[in-house]
Design a binder for this molecule. Sequence first.
Ligand code: FAD
Ligand code: MLT
Ligand code: ZN
Length: 462
Amino acid sequence: MPDARIARLQAAVPTLQLRTDPADLAHYGVDWTRRWTPAPLAVALPADIAEVQATVRWARAEGVAIVPSGGRTGLSGGAVAANGELVLSLQRMNRVLGFDPVDRILTVQPGIALEAVQEAARGHGLAYPVDFAARGSCTIGGNIATNAGGIRVLRYGNTREWIAGLKLVTGTGELLDLGRGLVKNSSGYDLRHLAIASEGTLGIIVEASLKLAAPPPATRTLLLALPSFEGLMQVFQALRARLALEAFEFFTDRALHHVVAHGAQAPFDAPHPFYVVAEFACEGEAGEVAMLSAFEHCVEQGWVEDGVIGQSDAQATQLWRLREGITESLAPHVPYKNDVSVRISAMPAFLEAAQALLAREYPQFDVVWFGHIGDGNLHINVLKPADLANDAFVAQCERVTKLLAATLQAHGGSISAEHGIGLVKKPYLDSTRSAAEIAVMRGIRRALDPDGILNPGKLFDA
Ligand code: FAD
Ligand code: MLT
Ligand code: ZN
């Protein structure tokens, strides 16, 4: 028997594509966390803004919660539907709507994949510079809703920097047209920025206008092997002072171990404790000289033990694979993910405290460190031993995350740098945001979604 509420939705929006078979419910009810058992009421796949608005109005009238859904590559449980919600997937709204060469603005629907946006930008001789390994399957809507970061934040900033405008359907079904591509607009609150990183709790992003950048410069990629964590920030400062860095990413030997076990080629004969992938603008002879002198300086100081220079695009891609392949290689080990940030200047002190904490609390677990160290953003992945039950493993990691959150608070950091809070980090939000801030956030939420139907239970409880 179809649920009567779904029958009424179909009657109210006859063109709306709806799916209720168990395989679809299981598929659309989870994100990359795979921690919660999917149990949505149904999946709606609107084709346009009017269908989104009508669905929201139905949900409000019926008291059904909506989980906005993009590529479900999220790592915080933001797109999980485990409590009879309607999954509202934007996957059919995936087209480029237009390009304005004067404004250098690309307008897209929310379900378009990040990679398709990058390709469209290249097609206009420009670039959309937000980039990370999930580019083929994550969507612009999800990127905006999480303020996604990635591997080029150091040079180009987070998703937020590239949003010239967006259209948002609120919890009442109202359509707001925010920003409208204006470079300057001092006319009160910029609601566009509230929607960015709101994780689907303030509205459904139904259209986005994206700023495009000049095409990237010619670059070179270096893989560096480091003997110690202490040298890491020194290498960062030395390279930043001498080269125009486009990316500076680090990972540990444990990360390399898993990527190589997953099929990547080992870059060095012997293991080293830490590695950096650095990419930088490099033009002509002068660029080569600057690169070599920066490398030699780091070796002379004892911060770097070995290095590989990508001699071709194919080699650079191979070096990048060592960093970008980490998430996929860890997935079979059911990682518990921390995604933390501190100010770059606070990184050495935080690293010392966090390393001591995790060595003490996780003596028996494989703990894999990697991330966007040049942005002050560390990913700490704790791998589940095969013989430990998932619940017991998560309980142990949650206890330690509480301690980590206190350490972050002491160093002025954040419990989520770029993945969002979702369900995973909800218990620790108050380590990063004050009670007064959270109260304001709740008030904003009530203004845009008075009945609390948009992604309830994510980010914070109403
Ligand atoms: P989903 O997972 O579908 O949703 C994420 C959140 O956004 C949910 O709360 C959802 O409700 C909401 N949402 C989705 N669409 C909309 C919409 N149209 N309107 C309103 N709310 C919406 N993230 C980084 O920041 N940096 C990285 O380097 C990075 N690397 C990754 C690498 C891999 C291999 C994987 C699997 C993930 C990685 N991620 C990274 C995490 C993830 O890809 C990002 O969080 C991404 O922005 C999620 O996009 P999505 O379309 O998959 O969103
Ligand atoms: C990354 O930087 O690789 C991503 O944020 C994904 C992850 O943390 O696993
Ligand atoms: Zn990341």
